[in-house]
Design a binder for this molecule. Structure first.
Ligand SMILES: C[S@@+](CC[C@H](N)C(=O)[O-])C[C@H]1O[C@@H](n2cnc3c(N)ncnc32)[C@H](O)[C@@H]1O
Length: 227
């Protein structure tokens, strides 16, 4: 979602991204870690609170990481979680920022690509900018959102697994409205065309003309490789 949506949401973001309930996020990190070697430049685009970035750094501590996050609330949490990361960029990824980056081995878009634009034309420009800043044989790793949320189902799921979240019923009832508002904004953004949900065909349509080929597909995880 847009960076301004995270002012309240940042406080409960990690809680509701629980890796036991959503192991596919960690699986994405494993896939990403398998793409990089020592010293490789990696940019995490829309890294949020850095929860999964720190999981990546546990697996591949020797990468040269740039962490890009425009939301102040998310970045504040990430900065305290990633004290050893020198390149924390508190700005959106745009063509100007891309032009300043040295060529990267990997760009990560974990749950962030959908939020950039409502129009594919803008994604075509983004894809060209990314291609210009990706080394030959380098990659884009994309973890796409599965689709709009069913709020009733989501509430049932979290209530049922409250103990996995490690919080009391009162804490769940207190924090849920923030999560629910975020889900509603996501659904509205998709319905109103402010956000773009991708599938394999639309990712191919955007990234293949820019010189990438899909080299891995697993659920909503996609890897595009340059050249
Ligand atoms: C759902 S969060 C995902 C955070 C993290 N990658 C994760 O999976 O936990 C999406 C993030 O993308 C960021 N974002 C939105 N637009 C962006 C842009 N133009 N450039 C970089 N990040 C952006 C938001 O601020 C937010 O922190």
């Amino acid at each position: 979602m847009k960076p301004t949506c995270y002012d309240d949401y940042a406080k409960v973001f990690d809680l509701y991204s629980n890796v036991e309930l959503f192991p596919q996020n960690l699986r994405f990190v494993e896939v990403a870690a398998g793409l990089i070697g020592p010293g490789d430049r990696v940019t995490d685009v829309g890294g949020g609170t850095g929860m999964f970035t720190s999981e990546l750094l546990e697996r591949v501590p020797w990468i040269d990481l740039t962490f890009v996050e425009p939301s102040p609330a998310m970045m504040e949490i990430a900065a305290s979680r990633l004290p050893l990361v020198a390149n924390l960029v508190h700005a959106p990824l745009d063509q100007r920022l891309l032009a300043d980056l040295p060529p990267q081995r990997l760009f990560l878009f974990q749950r962030s690509l959908y939020s950039f634009h409502g129009e594919l034309a803008q994604y075509h420009a983004l894809a060209r900018g990314l291609a210009a800043r990706t080394v030959d044989g380098g990659h884009l790793a994309i973890y796409e959102m599965p689709g709009p949320y069913d709020l009733e189902l989501a509430w049932e799921y979290y209530s049922l697994h409250r103990e996995v979240l490690g919080i009391t019923e009162e804490a769940l009832i207190e924090t849920w409205p923030v999560m629910e508002a975020a889900f509603r904004e996501f659904n509205a953004g998709i319905a109103e065309g402010r956000y773009t949900l991708f599938d394999r065909a639309s990712l191919d349509a955007v990234f293949c003309p820019a010189g990438f080929t899909c080299t891995h597909e697993e659920g909503t995880t996609f890897v595009y490789t340059k050249g």
